[in-house]
Design a protein around this ligand. Structure first.
Ligand code: GRF
Length: 223
């Protein structure tokens, strides 16, 4: 059987871009068979865009201020994404809520990385909320994007323990390298066409996935 073709991805970013960098590095190291169709941002000054430029990837900065409505912005953004012909859209620190009409055609072909153990703590301030609740386990999730904010089917998660004396910043910093591993490992499975979103939910190697895959210490995802 021949290997699946390389996965062509568009990545949406708003800020620092450390997750994008993890994808670029994994691609460069030959461990992630993806090609970058486009890196797009709602923030023209996002360091993530500079990282993409340095890697020779096509970039797009589109400022929402020039649009009357969210729907008008998203329609323009997504028409430009479509023109770049990605197979999969990756939201990696993209800090805008997307219009349902933009998301719907991409069902099963758009994923997001979120810094909590979903369904806990959709939205913002996830690290602070986990600490405020006294959670001993925290983590990050990769999920398919649906119209519900951070609410789509969860593909995979990584866990970290919280520690006495943790602050939101210390917890976020400890989680971040694991988040990068989770993103790369999940994209590797998607590139291998081993994950799909069906009408009933996620299929992994053709079988229904009852629980999210878990990132193990070996850096691999396991059921
Ligand atoms: C990450 O924590 C990601 O999970 C969240 O936003 C942050 C983005 O970081 N959605 P970076 O821009 O990838 O460095």
């Amino acid at each position: 059987m021949s290997a699946p073709s390389r996965l062509r991805i568009a990545v949406l970013v708003s800020g620092r871009g450390s997750n994008l960098q993890a994808l670029i590095d994994a691609r460069n190291d030959g461990v992630l068979p993806v090609d970058f169709a486009l890196v797009a941002s709602d923030k023209s000054h996002a360091p993530a865009l500079r990282r993409a430029e340095e890697a020779g990837i096509a970039t797009l900065a589109l400022d929402p201020a020039g649009y009357a409505t969210r729907a008008a912005y998203d329609a323009d953004l997504f028409s430009r994404i479509v023109a770049a012909q990605p197979e999969l859209i990756v939201l990696a620190g993209f800090m805008r809520i997307l219009d349902d009409a933009a998301i719907a055609p991409w069902r099963g072909r758009m994923v997001n990385i979120h810094p909590s153990l979903l369904p806990k703590y959709p939205g913002l301030r996830t690290h602070a909320r986990a600490l405020d609740a006294g959670d001993r386990a925290h983590g990050a999730s990769m999920h398919f994007v649906t119209g519900e904010l951070d609410g789509g089917p969860v593909i995979a998660q990584v866990r970290v323990e919280t520690r006495d004396g943790d602050t939101p910043a210390s917890l976020a910093a400890r989680l971040l390298p694991h988040e990068h591993q989770l993103l790369v490992a999940t994209l590797a499975l998607l590139a291998a066409r081993r994950i799909a979103l069906n009408a009933d939910g996620i299929a992994f190697d053709g079988a229904p996935l009852a629980e999210p895959l878990r990132l193990a210490a070996d850096g691999q995802l396991h059921p």
